[in-house]
Design a protein around this ligand. Structure first.
Ligand SMILES: Cc1cc2nc3c(=O)[nH]c(=O)nc-3n(C[C@H](O)[C@H](O)[C@H](O)COP(=O)(O)OP(=O)(O)OC[C@H]3O[C@@H](n4cnc5c(N)ncnc54)[C@H](O)[C@@H]3O)c2cc1C
Length: 617
């Protein structure tokens, strides 16, 4: 193996694996260097992929040619459709995966790329050398590359906490990395480190499942990868279980506040507000003692169970006593205690929307090192960094996803528009356009981006065929009429479509409140003798059902975004006599490219926005 690469990725978590996978699809020489302790694309916390807002990201990654959806489908052991009761427009897929199988399949896929070399060692330093970067590893090996993507997750100067015990580490049983400034001295880090935590893992043999509520896998939930058979299951399906904390659990935790590293000052890092530890919950919601605990398998052949909802860094003896107060966990034996990890984070206001460090061309960042939390967020950034590093190497136009039609676009713009003061997690309320940015229409939303990459694979042909089918189906639902004849009335009654007083179109039928539009459209395509892919049927059925709402939401968000997309010259603003000194400091720091980015910067005053809107855009 030569030591010179076109693209070199440091860190093989979800961000790094995704960056390596997509970069290897361009005809480039790609290297992935990752520490020896953690397997590639490993899941150190909850082994589940997707969820509300995150399922959409997995499908967006998939439509761009990513890895996560393919691997999750192969390793999925329990499927759920979240928000099922709230209607199709806001539903998301969540797949519990077997953590051993997940990383096994990810490693197999990555190893199958001839132009991707995988090296397992820790990187100690990255330096610039003219147009290239020089990367030095722990064993003294030296690599050079035109582009470098740093995706080192929670490892940078990582410090683990369990009660009073503190030790260096990137995660349990993994060596930490040097800190971000030792790795690359020119990078600006955030002044506050971030932290995240994980629950204890429990021995499955010591759990009494009979008192818990089982949640079976849903065979009606679709796979993530668009080229997988939608409902095929590649692994055995197993249930998850639900139990709850109680007043005894919470009183043990409350009695040990002084011994909690997040409350006694031992942990300085800022934790994820949207993913609180059980001690956070105990003190934030003092009136509430009952919290859900989802008891989830980590794998088909693994003894360890992940109790979702009780991440903690309390001392080991406190963990042991509060766990045993929970119904079904009275005899639970802890295999690995919960812990928190603190780590360095890059200041993402120094990054462009390509995930490139603005002052160092060719250097990209992605994943938890950018202050996000979650596998999907990491993978979403990884694919954008990988694509843009590759396009930049090839001298091609870069890829920026619009926040109006993708959650990845929302996340990237949010990240680069502010200096983060807490871990970032995606949820649907972050999007102005969430009725449109759905799982079912991902191919429609993402195809123009995928096309712009100039790749030509089975995925591209598939996406084109879906788009053609959607067009034909849209015409069909508009033009198919049910006249109020006796035969049609009888047909409606037979199919349980409701009454047929007046003539109606198929589209009007799909909007009837008590009908499942997907089932109706499937039946009607069969009736007219046409065969369509179930993805196309689903997209058109859901879009028809909610057309009125979606159109209104799109118009509203377009109004917001028309102005937001206007480009601004931050250097002109930073020099303007009409803008306050404090606002100019923020503008110089963030260097916004659009009016929307300017709007999202904390501390920009309404008067500044009014001035810019009225005079400069
Ligand atoms: C204790 C813990 C709790 C978590 N809790 C949650 C949670 O509650 N909710 C949630 O959504 N997410 C949680 N996560 C986060 C989730 O694991 C991450 O969001 C996701 O794995 C980030 O992916 P990544 O690719 O950015 O980095 P990681 O998965 O951390 O991968 C980083 C990779 O970089 C490699 N590496 C690091 N430094 C170097 C170096 N110098 N040289 C070479 N290789 C290097 C490592 O070996 C590793 O393979 C938790 C993670 C941990 C560790």
């Amino acid at each position: 193996m030569s030591n010179s690469f076109d693209i070199l990725i440091i860190g093989g978590g979800h961000a790094g694996s995704e960056a390596a996978w997509i970069s290897s699809q361009f005809d480039l020489k790609v290297g992935l260097i990752s520490g020896p302790g953690a397997s590639l694309a490993s899941t150190p916390c909850n082994p589940a992929v997707g969820g509300v807002g995150k399922g959409q990201v997995v499908r967006e990654i998939d439509a761009l040619g990513g890895l996560m959806g393919i691997v999750a489908d192969k390793a999925g052991i329990q499927y759920r459709t979240l928000n099922e009761s709230k209607g199709f427009a806001v539903q998301s897929t969540r797949v519990q995966v077997d953590k051993e199988l997940y990383t096994k399949y990810a490693e197999e896929l990555l190893s199958s790329r001839d132009n991707l070399s995988i090296v397992r060692e820790m990187v100690l330093a990255v330096k610039r050398n003219g147009e290239k970067f020089i990367v030095t590893t722990e064993s003294g090996n030296i690599y050079s590359s035109a582009k470098v993507i740093i995706t080192t997750g929670t490892f940078l100067a990582g410090k683990l906490h369990t009660g009073e015990e503190q030790k260096a580490g990137g995660r349990v049983e993994c060596q930490e990395s040097v800190g971000l400034n030792d790795l690359f001295s020119e990078i600006k880090t955030l002044p506050n480190r971030f932290k995240t935590g994980t629950p204890p893992r429990i021995d499955r043999k010591t759990i009494n499942y009979s008192v818990m509520e089982p949640q079976e896998s849903d065979f009606g939930t679709r796979n993530f990868h668009s080229l997988s058979e939608p409902f095929e299951r590649n692994s055995k399906q197993v249930p998850c279980y639900l139990t709850r904390t109680n007043s005894e659990t919470l009183s043990i935790i409350r009695a040990n506040k002084e011994r909690s590293p997040i409350f006694n000052g031992q942990i300085k890092g800022v934790g994820p507000r949207y993913c609180p530890s059980i001690e956070d919950k105990a003190f934030r919601y003092t009136e509430k003692d009952i919290h859900h605990v989802f008891v989830e398998p980590e794998g088909l052949n693994l003894e360890s169970i992940y109790p979702n909802g009780i991440s903690t860094s309390l001392p080991k003896d406190v963990q042991e006593s509060f766990i045993q107060t929970i119904s079904g966990l009275e005899n639970a034996k802890i295999l690995v205690h919960g812990y928190a990890v603190e780590y360095d984070v890059v200041d993402t206001s120094e990054l462009s929307r390509l995930m490139e460090y603005k002052d160092i061309a060719g250097l990209f960042f992605a994943g938890q090192v950018c202050g996000t939390s979650g596998y999907e967020e990491a993978a979403g950034q990884g694919i954008i960094a990988g694509i843009n590093a590759s396009l930049s190497f090839l001298g091609k136009e870069s890829l920026v996803l619009d926040r109006n039609d993708s959650y990845i676009g929302v996340m990237v713009e949010d990240l680069v528009s502010n200096r983060r003061d807490e871990p970032y997690r995606l949820f649907t309320a972050r999007s102005e356009n969430r009725l449109y940015v759905r799982e079912d229409n991902t191919i429609l939303r993402m195809n123009k981006y995928r096309k712009s990459l100039g790749l030509s694979t089975r995925l591209d042909f598939f996406q084109e065929s879906i788009i053609d089918e959607v067009e034909i189906l849209e015409k069909l639902v508009d033009s198919t009429m049910f006249y109020s004849t006796e035969a049609n009335k009888e047909y409606f009654s037979l199919k349980d479509y409701g009454t047929l007083e007046n003539n109606i179109s198929l589209k009007e039928l799909l909007r009837r409140p008590n009908l499942n539009p997907v089932i109706v459209l499937e039946a009607e395509t069969v009736r007219v003798g046409a065969k369509f892919h179930s993805d196309a049927v689903r997209t058109v059925a859901i879009a028809s059902k909610y057309e009125g709402y979606i159109d209104r939401a799109v118009i509203e968000s377009e109004k917001i975004n028309r102005m937001s997309k206007r480009r601004i010259d931050w250097e002109v603003l930073a020099d303007s006599k009409n803008i306050s000194f404090e606002c100019k400091l923020r503008i110089k720091q963030i260097r916004p490219e659009t009016f929307g980015q300017l709007q999202r910067i904390d501390g920009i005053r309404p008067a500044t926005l009014a001035y810019v809107a009225g005079n400069l855009v």
